[in-house]
Design a protein around this ligand. Sequence first.
Ligand code: FES
Ligand SMILES: [Fe+2]
Length: 404
Amino acid sequence: MSDNSDHGSKAQRSLIVSQRRENSLTRDQMIAARKPEEVAAPEAVSGCRGGDGDKAAKTPIEDTAAPLRDVWYYATPGFRLRRGRMLAKVMLGEPILIGRDAEDRIFALRDLCPHRGMRLSAGRFDGREVECCYHGWRFDCGGRCTRIPSLVPGQAFRPDRIHVRTYPVQEVQGNIWIFFGENPAEAPQIPLIDGFGRCSPNLVESVIFSAAIDHAVVGLMDPAHGPFVHRAWWWRSRRSIHRKAKSFVPSPFGFTMSRHAPSNNSRAYRLLGGAPQTEIVFRLPSVRVEHIRAGRHVVSNLTAITPIDGRMTEINHCIYWTSRWLGPLKPFVRHYVRAFLHQDREIMERQQKGLCFNPPLTLIDDADTQAKWYYRLKREYRRARAEGRAFENPVDTRILEWRS
Ligand code: FES
Ligand SMILES: [Fe+2]
């Protein structure tokens, strides 16, 4: 991209300048001095705002940090929702009830009773209808009220005039996804993991980060933190840092790091045997799929990031594998995945202690180019939906180089 060629030096300059002048510039001057994509506007954290944080929160920049709508978000692995059961979640700040009826059909409702606001998930579900625990109003899985126990014969009120909001919901390869918005037909599709048909993941690990969605996405796609945050004998060390070049191409609603041999310092891949080749796909709103092929074996990692609200994010990491010998090793794989995700969670928690002062942020080429693409993709998607036009992928084919 043409504006990237000289951006590295500009960004370095701006970083130095921002460090030197942070105390002397006003907040508005600092915001004006930045390109929008250099601003990963952190959500203001209540009770933790620094100085002019309230003022910054009123600028339009904050809107860009809001979770994208009109997209599918990962809700839960399907195995956590058995037949005749329901599950309560908060996604994008909205209370959601997800249920699986007696016939194995899933549904999603706004988890609030239209009578007096009770969480419907606090009530009972008999596999057909949800009964609110407060006054016993009942709702079918399509959200229609079927019964109001307090009505006496002859009272004209019709319960079926009352509806709870429903959400489009899909179960794909063992995972439940919910659509937030109006028109799923034109939205990015739920990613399908090649070669696994209708299989469910062999392993799912869920973690909650104390970070707004943008920081969670950028933090997980960031290649430069590996040697500092993910040091482990079985993965990599600080000394293993070296120069890398990866080629990227645009792909539907995102970009793909083309198939390549994983870094020499990624020891865990070698356990698969053969000559591992990996391809990594990022797709809006916040899904990353890594396909690793090694000899006859395929391992795919699906990492889906879902905003809980403006300050918290849920990460679900699903692993699919074909190799039989990984089955007995599942407890070890889980241990390593958990350790890895917890390293990310801890570093982001520490980052929050800085972000709550609403500091200026800088993205440099090429290590942060994927983060820039994320912001551009998000902005373009939002604009395309608002203007009722087709999405134009802003990512170019490029080779990115960094040390990690
Ligand atoms: S609040 Fe649900 S029935 Fe009254
Ligand atoms: Fe990480």
